[in-house]
Each structure stands twice: as structure tokens, then as C-alpha cells.
Design a protein around this ligand. Structure first.
Ligand code: PLP
Ligand code: COI
Length: 356
């Protein structure tokens, strides 16, 4: 792979107030770009000032949504150094998304190096307040100027950076979610296991309906029987029922979350009974009515570990335990964030430091 060239901006932007960041609203001074052409492969890796793209209106991404993305974070530790959490997992998953969407493969190690180089250039954009981080958004778009339906022969790979706070305005206070029983997000054989933009486009209507009713996100059911629990709009879902952690198995329609994988590793390490399996709404409702649902939480890069305080289904509201954050949820949040922000030694090889 060619060396990454760096062109620094002549007019750095004013940084936002790190105490009121919200999620994904501000973008740093630079971005990483790299092009692809069939027969040539990936070429011209470069860090350039953040700014608009010029694209043909006929670019394939605008018409057939041949696009994939990732989401990971850089964290500033208390001693000022900067580190990434399991970045190679994101680029391995990006390659799985790419394979499904006929997008060419990337070199995982090179992508980690590119991410490190970009974050290093924009290191002042990594916020230093509690629960803040630099959200990293790699994505690939199909750029062939042609409206026939086929896989593109040219692509643009880009990484942008967004200093961010909590994903939910609730912070670590429990969120309310609503089970969607009309629209579906994914089916086996479809694209549910990928991070392609189309998955999210199709989920917007249910998300809007949920928001209008005061719910933060939708809890999706399987796309065939609308019977089994899959995941939430931007996070995987876990339940503690009668002492056992239960989470839907990864069967092709659920995104294999890196936070999910990490939290399950911790749960196993702590010796807590764990089941990755199908969980039906009926089983969940029965457990809720019997008072056996001790805790519910979501996991995601943006959402971290988010307690769920209420689930709604077909107009009925079910409060989870006392509606507050559960003991295990809090412990998992504390353990994961302590490693991510460097407050605890990284005993699991999850951390990649940026050359500080
Ligand atoms: N499920 C969906 C639909 C998501 O968008 C995300 C966020 O990336 C997740 C789950 C959690 O995945 P991860 O933990 O890798 O961020
Ligand atoms: C993430 O957690 O990284 C996500 O991508 C969730 C959402 C912003 C799409």
C-alpha cells in the first residue's frame, strides 16, 4: 500500500464546547480518503482538510445505496494519551459488510494505521470530559457514474471524526424502547448483519413513530414471524432473567456488535450464566409478568451500555424492575468504560494506543 500523504488545513475550525457536544453533530478539521478502481485496487490514501465531496448526480450510491459504514471511538485517558478500542474488529466487520454488498475488501491493518494517523492529526479534537470521546466514522460509497444496476467499479473510502458525548440525551439514565410489530428491519439472507446505510433507511419510519410516542428506540423482531427479539435501532439487546444473561444469537439478521462481543466476554469471565439463543416476545412477556426480568440493557459503540427502564408492546407498558439502572448493567458499564478510558489496565488486549 502507498504511504498516506497529509495535507493540513490552513484554517482550523473553532472547537465546539466539549460540555455540550451531543452525538455526531461536530466534525474535526481533517478526513481520510482513498479511492478504488477495478484493476488498480485501492490507491491514493490521503489525509486532507474536512470538506464537501464533488460527485456526479449519477453516482451509484445515490440510486442503489451501495454503501457501508463503521463506528468506533478514540478515548482520551486521564494522563492525556489517546487510545482506540478494538479497531481491527471494526475493519474486519467492514470487510464482511463489503463482501455482502459487492464492495472490494480492505486491508485491516492498513485501515487501523489510517485511523491512527487521522486521529493523531486531529488529536486536539479528542474531548477530555467525562463520558466524551471522538466518534470515528469510516464509510465506503460506490461512485460509478452510471444508473444501470450493477456493482460499481469505483469507490471512495472515507473516515471522518466527530467529538461526541452520550448518544442518548438520557445519559446513563434508563431509556424507554418500543417493540415494533409492523415494520421489520432484516431477514436472514438479507443485509441485517452488515452495517449498510439501507438497513437504517428502512428503520426510520418505525423510529419516527417510536419517537412520537416518547420512546428512544425501536426493539426489532425477526422479519419472518415477528416473534423473536433481534436488536435495537443502534444497539444489541441483553436481558438478565432469573439470574441468567440472555441475548439473541447471531443468525444473520442481527448486527454482530463489538460492544456485544466485549460485554459477553466480561460476563463469561465473571462466571455469570449466559445464553445466546432465540428469545420470543411471549417468553419475555411471561418473564416480565412473573417479575423475573431483573435487568435489560443495550450495548453499542455510541450507546456504550445503556440501561432500559421500560419496554412497550402492543400498547402495554412494562417497567423493568424498579425502572432504574440494574446492578449488573452498572457493573458492566463501569468495567467497559474503565478499560476504554484507560482507568483500568487492559488485560484483554482490547486497546490500541495512538502514538502519543
Ligand atoms: N446494532 C445496530 C443496528 C447498530 O447500529 C449498532 C451500532 O453499531 C450495534 C448493534 C452495536 O454494535 P457495536 O457494538 O459494534 O457498536
Ligand atoms: C454505533 O454505535 O457506532 C452506531 O453506528 C450506531 C448509530 C449511530 C448508527
Amino acid at each position: 500500500m502507498e504511504a498516506i500523504t497529509i495535507t493540513r488545513t490552513a484554517s482550523p475550525k473553532e472547537k465546539p464546547d466539549f460540555s455540550t457536544l451531543g452525538f455526531g453533530k461536530h466534525f474535526s478539521d481533517h478526513m481520510f480518503l482513498m479511492n478504488y478502481e477495478t484493476g488498480r485496487g485501492w490507491f491514493n490514501p490521503r489525509i486532507v482538510p474536512y470538506g464537501p465531496f464533488q460527485l456526479e448526480p449519477s453516482s451509484m450510491v445515490f440510486h442503489y445505496a451501495q454503501e457501508i459504514f463503521e463506528g468506533l471511538k478514540a478515548y482520551r485517558t486521564k494522563d492525556g494519551t489517546i487510545q482506540l478500542f478494538r479497531p481491527e474488529e471494526n475493519f474486519k466487520r467492514m470487510n464482511k459488510s463489503a463482501e455482502r454488498m459487492c464492495i472490494p475488501q480492505l486491508d485491516v491493518d492498513f485501515c487501523v494505521e489510517a485511523t491512527k494517523a487521522l486521529v493523531s492529526v486531529d488529536r486536539d479534537w479528542v474531548p477530555d470530559l467525562e463520558a466524551t470521546s471522538l466518534y470515528i466514522r469510516p464509510f465506503i460509497i460506490a461512485t460509478d457514474a452510471a444508473v444501470g444496476v450493477h456493482a460499481s467499479h469505483t469507490y471512495l473510502f472515507c473516515i471522518i471524526l466527530s467529538p461526541s458525548g452520550c448518544y442518548y440525551p438520557e445519559g446513563l439514565n434508563p431509556v424507554k424502547i418500543i417493540i415494533e410489530d409492523e415494520d421489520v428491519r432484516a431477514v436472514k439472507g438479507g443485509t441485517g448483519f452488515t452495517k449498510c446505510g439501507g438497513n437504517y433507511a428502512g428503520s426510520l419510519r418505525a423510529g419516527e413513530r417510536a419517537a412520537a410516542k416518547g420512546y428512544s428506540q425501536v426493539l426489532w423482531l425477526d422479519g419472518v414471524e415477528r416473534k423473536y427479539i433481534e436488536e435495537v435501532g443502534a444497539m444489541n439487546i441483553m436481558f438478565k432473567i432469573d439470574g441468567t444473561v440472555i441475548t439473541p444469537a447471531l443468525l444473520g439478521s442481527v448486527l454482530p456488535g463489538i460492544t456485544r462481543k466485549s460485554v459477553l466476554e466480561i460476563v463469561r469471565e465473571w462466571g455469570i450464566p449466559l445464553e445466546e439463543r432465540a428469545l420470543s416476545v411471549d417468553e419475555l412477556l411471561a418473564a416480565l409478568k412473573a417479575g423475573k426480568v431483573e435487568e435489560v440493557w443495550g450495548t453499542g459503540t455510541a450507546a456504550v451500555v445503556s440501561p432500559v427502564g421500560e419496554i412497550s408492546y402492543k400498547g402495554e407498558k412494562y417497567q423493568i424492575a424498579d425502572g432504574g439502572i440494574g446492578q449488573l448493567t452498572q457493573k458492566l458499564y463501569d468495567e467497559l468504560t474503565a478499560v476504554q478510558w484507560g482507568d483500568k489496565p487492559d488485560t484483554r488486549n482490547w486497546i490500541i494506543p495512538i502514538d502519543n
